[in-house]
Design a protein around this ligand. Structure first.
Ligand code: GRF
Length: 203
C-alpha cells in the first residue's frame, strides 16, 4: 500500500510509522512526506528514511481552498491508499476531506470526544482528570469528530505538568498509530459513514 504522511513538526509519529513499515509490521510504504512548514525535523526523518519530502508552504497560497487543491495534487502524484495526518496542524476543507473519505486518518492527543481542538493536556489537568490519552480516528468534515479506530489511556498524576502528560501520551501515540495503519493496510479496517469497522465489527 502507498501511504502519504502529512506533518507540521517533529514527526515522531511519522518515525513510528516509518519504523513499522521497515520492520514489516505495516504492509505498506511511506511514499511521500509533505509538510506545510519548512525546516521541521520530520522532513529530516523522511529524508533519512529515503522517502521523498516536500514542503508546501500555506503562506504561499491566497486561501485555504487553493492550498488544499495544491495539496491534493501533490498527494495524488503518489496514488495513496491511505493519507496519514501526523501532527499536521491545519484545518482541511470539506472538499479535501471528501476526496480522501475513508482513507484519511488523524491522531489526536485526547480521549475523543473529550477535548477536541488544542491544548488538550493542560485542559485535562485543569479539569482534574486522572485519566487522559490519545485517539486515532478517521477524518470527517467535523473537526476531531470522525469515527475513532483506537484509543490509549494514560494516568494523570497530581504533580504532572502538561509536558509530563504530553510525554506519556506521545509514547502511546507511537504504539497505536502504527497498529491502526497496520490494520488499514491489511484491509481489516474500514470507515462506513460515522463508524469505524475492524474485521466487519463496529469499533
Ligand atoms: C501529536 O501529539 C499528535 O497527537 C498531534 O500532534 C502531535 C504530533 O507530534 N496531532 P509529532 O510531530 O508526531 O511528534
Amino acid at each position: 500500500k502507498s501511504i502519504v504522511v502529512l506533518i507540521s513538526g517533529s514527526g515522531s509519529n511519522l518515525q513510528a510509522i516509518l519504523d513499522a513499515c521497515k520492520a514489516g509490521f505495516i504492509a505498506g510504504r511511506v511514499s511521500a512526506v509533505i509538510s506545510n512548514k519548512a525546516d521541521v525535523f520530520g522532513l529530516t526523518r523522511a529524508t533519512e528514511a529515503g522517502v521523498p519530502a516536500l514542503v508546501l508552504d500555506h503562506k504561499q497560497f491566497a486561501d485555504r481552498q487553493s492550498y488544499d487543491a495544491a495539496l491534493c495534487e501533490a498527494i495524488d502524484l503518489h496514488q495513496p491508499d491511505l493519507v496519514v495526518l501526523a501532527g499536521f496542524m491545519r484545518i482541511l476543507t470539506p472538499e479535501f476531506v471528501a476526496h480522501y473519505s475513508g482513507r484519511l486518518l488523524n491522531i489526536h492527543p485526547s480521549l475523543l470526544p473529550k477535548y477536541q481542538g488544542l491544548n488538550t493536556h493542560q485542559r485535562a489537568i485543569d479539569a482534574g482528570d486522572s485519566v487522559h490519552g490519545c485517539s486515532v480516528h478517521f477524518v470527517t468534515a467535523e473537526l476531531d469528530g470522525g469515527p475513532v479506530a483506537l484509543q490509549a489511556k494514560v494516568p494523570v498524576f497530581p504533580e504532572d505538568d502538561a509536558s509530563a502528560v504530553a510525554a506519556r501520551v506521545h509514547e502511546q501515540e507511537h504504539r497505536i498509530y502504527p497498529l491502526v495503519v497496520r490494520w488499514f493496510c491489511q484491509d481489516r479496517l474500514q470507515q462506513q459513514a460515522d463508524k469505524a469497522l475492524l474485521d466487519g465489527q463496529i469499533l
